[in-house]
Design a protein around this ligand. Structure first.
Ligand code: GYE
Length: 305
């Protein structure tokens, strides 16, 4: 065999090795939907960074419907993917499908939102921010900004979703320490701008143009952006007449902070593929028990910082 043949042969072997490695890991990702500005940024980051980790990502958008997610997860199981990532719309209703994945020996990782299941061994771990802490950060900021005296209207996220449950709990844990702070009206705006606008219009009516209201706490920025529109249309000055605090820190709320129409937002990182894929890939190489929650940090921003 000539040297040339050997070299050509090894180049061929290397090329086919590389080809067999390309997209070597197939991961199914069931995403909530594309509501608001944060979620599409998160989806894009998951899709973009998949390439960096040699992941063949099967992306399924559930359009906010849990039935769609259950269908997608069952399809991933039938395809025999290497791992499944779920950002669950709501916390309940996951036991059966997670058991099916476990029976098929496909590890499941939760990202972003949480589930409530009887048997936590049904998923490997959850990689996510601490929504309760986000609520506490918002509450602590408002307690300081209002010197502990404040009537609040609250725009809740999707009913039954982990961030709506935990942001409310965390916020209430803080304001309950201040006798003159209270939530006087609360309603779900489903994490959307339109939802937030409708809810704020209803609050404006029911409180005689937000008379005596000192703050609006929205479980995400998009609802707050809708609330800002509604207030402006009613001739009110969001950020001045009423303190505006929310969660996500999306680009549009940064603009509102700069204009003085919003006052504070807790950042929820969207570029988290670099946190998530290494955890999944390491586990697939070496399956072992992990902590049930890998926490992504959160921090509060105002117009100044
Ligand atoms: O804050 C909101 C999105 O699940 C924590 O979902 C996430 C929330 C996020 O629609 O904007």
């Amino acid at each position: 065999m000539s040297l040339k043949t050997i070299l050509a042969g090894s180049v061929f072997a290397m090329a086919s090795f590389a080809a067999s490695m390309a997209g070597a890991t197939t991961i199914g990702f069931s995403q909530v939907g594309s509501e608001g500005d944060w979620r599409p940024a998160f989806s894009k980051n998951m899709q973009d960074t998949a390439k960096d980790y040699d992941v063949d990502l099967k992306f399924a958008d559930a359009q906010g419907k849990q039935e769609e997610q259950l269908r997608a997860v069952r399809a991933f199981i039938a395809q025999g993917v290497d791992a499944i990532i779920i950002a669950p719309v709501v916390v309940t209703g996951w036991d059966d499908v997670l058991q099916e994945a476990k029976d098929a020996d496909i590890p499941v990782f939760l990202v972003d939102r949480d589930v409530e299941v009887k048997d936590k061994s049904l998923y490997v771990t959850r990689i996510s921010a601490d929504f309760n802490l986000e609520g506490r950060l918002a509450g602590a900021w408002l307690a300081a900004a209002s010197k502990g005296t404040c009537k609040i209207v609250e725009l809740q996220g999707t009913t039954g979703s982990a961030p709506a449950i935990e942001r409310k709990k965390g916020f209430e844990a803080i304001i309950s320490q201040f006798p003159a702070m209270e939530i006087v009206a609360t309603q779900s705006g489903d994490f959307t701008t339109e939802g937030g606008k409708k809810v704020m219009e209803a609050f404006i009516k029911s409180t005689n143009n937000l008379d005596g209201i000192c703050a609006s706490f929205a479980h995400n920025d998009n609802m707050q952006l809708g609330a800002i529109q509604a207030m402006k249309e009613a001739g009110l000055k969001p950020g001045q007449d009423v303190l505006m605090v929310s969660v996500d820190y999306v680009p549009a709320i940064k603009d509102a902070l700069a204009k003085g129409e919003a006052n504070a937002s807790v950042e929820l990182r969207s570029a988290v593929g670099g946190f998530i894929y290494p955890v999944v890939l390491d586990y697939l190489k070496n399956p072992h028990e992990l902590d049930k929650w890998i926490v992504i940090p959160s921090d509060l921003h105002t117009a100044k910082d």
